[in-house]
Ligand binder design. Sequence first.
Ligand SMILES: *[C@@H]1O[C@H](CO)[C@@H](O)[C@H](O)[C@H]1NC(C)=O
Length: 482
Amino acid sequence: MVKKSVIIGLSVAATVVVLTGVGVLTWWLVTRDNEVEAEPDVDTTTTTTTTTTTTTTTTTEATPEPDFIVDQLEGDGGFGDAQYTAAFTKIRDVGNIFWWFYPTTAAGVGTEKPLILWLDGVTGIPPSLLANLGMIGPYDINSNKRENSWVDRYNLLFIDAPLGTGFSIPLNNDQIPNNVDENAEHLAITLESFYTVHEAYRNAPLYILGQAHGAQLALALAIKLHQSEAASNLRGVVLGNGIISPALAMTKLGFYLEELGYIDGNGRAAIESLSQETTAAVNLGNLGNAFDNFISLGQFVNDNAGAIAVNLGHIVEKLTRQSSVTDYFGQRQYLRSVLKNIDFDIMDNVVGPALGIPATVKYDSGREYVIDAFRSTFMTPATDKVEYILQNTELTVSIYNGNLDAVSNTPGQLEWVDNLQWPGQAEFKAGPRRTLVVNRLVEGYFRNSTRLQFYWVNAAGQSAPLDNPAAMSIMLPRILRV
Ligand SMILES: *[C@@H]1O[C@H](CO)[C@@H](O)[C@H](O)[C@H]1NC(C)=O
C-alpha cells in the first residue's frame, strides 16, 4: 500500500493569527470564532488594516503545524475501473474523515457540471456503502458496473460522517461530535481539503444532499459554509426523506399506519400516546428521553401497536415474524433484501483492502458511540435551519420524500414544510401540485417555487434513489438546474 501525503500550507491563516494576536489557536478555531459568530468581524478587519505595515515582516516567521493532511489512498488494484479519489482527511487532534470522489464521465467540461456531496446521518448507512455502492455510484457492491449511475451526469463526493461511522474514525471516542454543528466543522474542513486536492472543482456548482438524518448534517454544513463565506459555488441543499422535525413527523405515524391497514385503532392510540410523550419530552428539553422513544419506534410499532413485522423505512416490504428489523428503522434489513443477502462485512473484507484502507480501520465500528453522542441533540428540530437558509441565503432547498417511509412519513413532513416562515412561502403554497411522469408512468408529484421544491416520490421508501431511479432521473435536472 502506497500513500501520498499532501501537506497543506496555511500562510493566510498564519497571517490572520499573527495579525490578530490569537496565538496558538488552530486556524479552524479562528475561523469559527471570528467569522461565524459575527461577520464581518470588525475587530479583525481593523487590526489587519492598521497593523499590516508594521507586522508584515513577522508574518513569514510563523511556522504553524498543518491542521489537516490529506492521505490519498492507493490500494491493490482499486475498486472498479472508474476514475476516483479515495482519501482520508486527517484533522489534527480530531480524527480521519473518509471521502470518495468520482469525476463525472459526462461529455464536456467536468468541472462545470454539478458536484453532489452526499451525506447520511447518525441513524443511517454510510454514504460509501448505501449511496455509492448501493444506489448511485458507478459500481455496485459486487464490483459490477451500474447502469445509469449518477456519475454519468454529475460529479459525486461521498463523505462518511460523523466521525465513527463508515470508514471515518475519531482519534478517540471523545472526538465524536455530539451535534450537527460540530460535525459541520469537520465536514467544512474535509470539503476544503477536497478542493485542495481537486482545485478545479471549486468552480463546480455544489449541492449538498443529505438522506434521512443526513439532511440535518447537510443543513448545518450549508449554513456553516455560507457564514464563513467558504464554497462560494454552493447552490443548494437537497433533503431526501429528511429527519428534520422527528417528533412532529411522529405525530402522523399512527394515522399513516392505520390508513395503510398495518395497525388498528388501538395500535394508533398506543402510537399517539408515545408520540405525545415524545413531543412533551422535546418541549421540556428532555431530548435524550425523546430520542430513546424515537429510536425504538420500529420495535414499538411491531411489538406494542400490533404491526408484528413491518419495516418502517420501507413500509410495504413483506417480512417474516422472525425478520430482524432491530437496526435503526430497518435500512440494513431492507438493503439486505434488495441486494440479495449482501454481507456487510464486504466493506472490511473487499472494499477496504481494494481502496488501501488500513486493516485496523473497522467499518462503521463507532456507530453505537455516535448514536450515544447525539442522544441529547438528535431530536432538536432543524426547521429553523431550513428557514435560515431560505431567509438569509440565495440557496435553493429541494425536498423529496419517498411515500413508503413511515419514519419521515409524508404527512408528517408536510406539517413543517407547509408552515415554513420565509418571504416566498405564499408563492410556494399557491403553486399547483404537478405530476412527475416518466415514460408515461406517474412516478410522483411536485410543487415548486424559485427557491423551494417539494417532491412526493411514489413507490419509494427512505432510500428513494434505490426504489425509484426513474423519478430521481427526472427530478435531478430540475433540482440541479441543468
Ligand atoms: C415549476 O415547474 C414548472 C413545470 O416544470 C415550470 O414551468 C415552472 O417554471 C417552475 N416554476 C419555478 C418558479 O421554477
